[in-house]
Design a binder for this molecule. Structure first.
Ligand code: SF4
Ligand code: SF4
Length: 172
């Protein structure tokens, strides 16, 4: 019998499903706030770092105006050049570097409750990091590394939202 997802999980699924809406909202807001109030890039780096300490690398996929443009381009074209451009912009971004490094130390992390996990593997199929390096990473095979702690994890939370048993959680 299919069990009903608790309200907290429903909210998380909703946000993950409409993440790009949030990205556009935050991205445009940040862009206009920076332009209107002449906010220095250093304040943005500081804000991104504080977010990194608490939540890990959330800035790139949930807030960043450049990330917003890049995701838009990726939706228009999955061309290898566009993908390279996306990767290239992240290489040059101090917030991506700092918050990516903080993924393994952040207060909120992606955690597995092994008791309820049925090893169905759905989470791994949703994760772009596992797709790139399946021999190294897994969200449920504990002999492998947790992709959520890796530099590359931008906290899309697709893995957490996809787990049918609520065995993956993004918590402190
Ligand atoms: S989706 Fe959930 S139940 Fe399935 S393997 Fe991943 S953590 Fe385990
Ligand atoms: S949040 Fe989950 S699915 Fe997304 S990149 Fe990180 S580990 Fe992979």
């Amino acid at each position: 019998m299919k069990t009903k997802a608790p309200p907290k999980r429903k909210i998380l699924k909703f946000f993950v499903k409409y993440r790009t809406v949030s990205l556009v909202g935050f991205g445009l807001w940040l862009y206009f706030a920076m332009s209107a109030y002449n906010i220095s890039l250093w304040w943005i780096v500081l804000a991104g770092t504080i977010m990194g300490i608490v939540f890990g690398k959330v800035f790139c996929r949930w807030v960043c105006p450049i990330g917003m443009v890049m995701e838009f381009l990726l939706r228009l074209s999955a061309d290898a050049k566009v993908r390279q451009m996306y990767a290239y912009h992240k290489l040059g971004c101090p917030i991506a570097w700092i918050s990516g490094y903080l993924n393994r130390f952040s207060i909120f992390r992606i955690k597995l409750s092994a008791d309820s996990c049925t090893s169905c593997g759905i989470c791994d199929k949703k994760c772009y990091i596992v797709a790139m390096e399946p021999a190294k990473y897994s969200l449920y095979k504990t002999v492998k590394s947790n992709p959520g702690d890796s530099y590359t994890c931008s906290k899309c939370l697709e893995c957490v939202a996809a787990c049918p048993n609520g065995s993956l959680n993004y918590k402190s």
